[in-house]
Design a protein around this ligand. Structure first.
Ligand code: NIG
Ligand code: FE
Length: 402
């Protein structure tokens, strides 16, 4: 059979095409001297190079000595913002806590002021640069949240940007209820957000909703009220849960069948077990404690409790990285996750986003990353440089290192 392209590599490493819970995350598919046959932007077949080459003919692109993986999926980013916070890093270095800075009008509020003031084209340009960095670092699909507008006009502005942006990185938009605006209060802001849901739905500006359910931010009760309204209108749910204190966010995620609960540093065992029962993805964001000088989530315990774990950058002005490679290194060195579990996390992230991507399988979009490493065990192990050599999106090479 004739196909557009056959990509060959010294190793192909991919998660299986299913949700990977607990121990299952260790079992990935590894093919030495492998090949992927691609036609019309889709993976037609994959396997040993000699088998694929005997079954198919087409242009052959070889990546000798390199490892091919599915394109990375980043299921938690705050892509659209203006107002970087390098000065707050100095405050944090001197001992100030994240919630103290937020209470004093800094943190998210600082970024909100600048995001509100920024034009759409300025915000777009900044977001595009971040997307370029993501692509170079192997990411081919992201979830991206609004959340630095905190009023109707500026939340819609952020969501419009996400919808209008054209980039090789696919963007899945989320309406995030992120903080209580200075000029409002918890109840009124939730009322406003509930009121905005109709417009967001009608204009197809978001597929998911999210809320920062946290002490001194949004209570579980108000989060539930917002989620119930959003669910009724057909939005899928994600939640910033139990990051700084346990407020029952994991339980809420399980109760309302969220697609993902994120952070989870302080989540109770009860909440985590409820999530495992309901197949809710635990999205861990080790870049955040890294930039807050706090403890890392207990990934080993979460995996032992049979949860499916995804990994994300949480890209935001407090935790400013576009690189999932760096996140994999933090996962390995700070949360003791295996390289195989990092690879499986890509599929779980895709699952949480309700997309059939994040793996190399027949019929799946040919989104592939070629890393300049001899085998997948170098994932995480090598850090601080970009090991991505080539990024393939829908079957076409969209980025190559020189
Ligand atoms: O996921 N926790 C809330 N939101 C972000 C931080 C956003 C910010 O500090 O600007 C997070 O860590
Ligand atoms: Fe976040």
């Amino acid at each position: 059979m004739n196909v557009d392209t056959i990509f060959t590599a010294s190793e192909i490493a991919t998660p299986e095409n299913k949700l990977l819970k607990g121990k299952e995350m260790q079992d990935i598919v590894v093919i030495k001297d492998g090949a992927v046959a691609v036609d019309n932007g889709k993976i037609i077949d994959f396997g040993k190079e000699n088998e694929i080459r005997s079954k198919y003919s087409g242009e052959i692109i070889s990546f000798e000595g390199k490892t091919m993986l599915p394109g990375f999926v980043d299921p938690h980013t705050h892509l659209v913002f203006s107002g970087t916070r390098e000065n707050e890093l100095i405050m944090k270095l001197k001992g100030k806590k994240y919630l103290e800075i937020l209470k004093e009008g800094g943190g998210i509020q600082y970024t909100v002021e600048r995001t509100r003031a920024a034009s759409k084209s300025k915000l777009k340009k900044e977001a595009e640069k971040r997307l370029d960095n993501m692509l170079k670092n192997g990411t081919t699909t992201i979830e991206a949240k609004s959340g630095y507008g905190l009023n109707r006009k500026d939340e819609i502005k952020s969501l419009e940007i996400l919808k209008e942006m054209k980039h090789d990185v696919d963007i899945i938009p989320t309406f995030l209820v992120h903080a209580i605006p200075k000029e409002s209060n918890e109840k009124d802001y939730i009322d406003l957000c509930i009121d905005m849901l109709d417009e967001i739905k009608e204009r197809d500006l978001a597929e998911f909703v999210d809320i920062f359910c946290e002490k001194d931010v949004f209570s579980v009760q108000e989060s539930e009220r917002f989620f119930e309204a959003a669910k009724k209108k057909g939005f899928k749910l994600r939640i910033h849960a139990d990051e700084i204190e346990d407020t029952g966010g994991a339980e809420l995620a399980a109760k309302l069948n969220a697609r993902s609960a994120d952070h989870l540093l302080k989540a109770s065992d009860k909440g985590l077990k409820m999530m495992a029962t309901n197949n809710i993805v635990a999205t861990l964001l080790p870049g955040t404690p890294f930039s807050l000088f706090t403890d890392f989530p207990n990934a080993r315990k979460i995996i032992d409790l049979d949860l499916p774990v995804a990994l994300a950058t949480d890209l935001n002005p407090n935790c400013y990285t576009e690189s999932l490679q760096f996140i994999f290194s933090l996962a390995v060195f700070k949360m003791k996750m295996l390289p195989e579990e990092c690879i499986s996390s890509i599929k779980n992230g895709a699952y949480s986003l309700d997309r059939n991507i994040g793996c190399i399988d027949r019929g799946v979009n040919a989104d592939l990353v070629v890393m300049d490493i001899p085998n997948h065990r170098h994932i995480g192990y090598r850090f601080g440089v970009n090991l991505v050599g080539t990024v393939i999106k829908n079957g076409a090479i969209v980025w190559e290192s020189i």
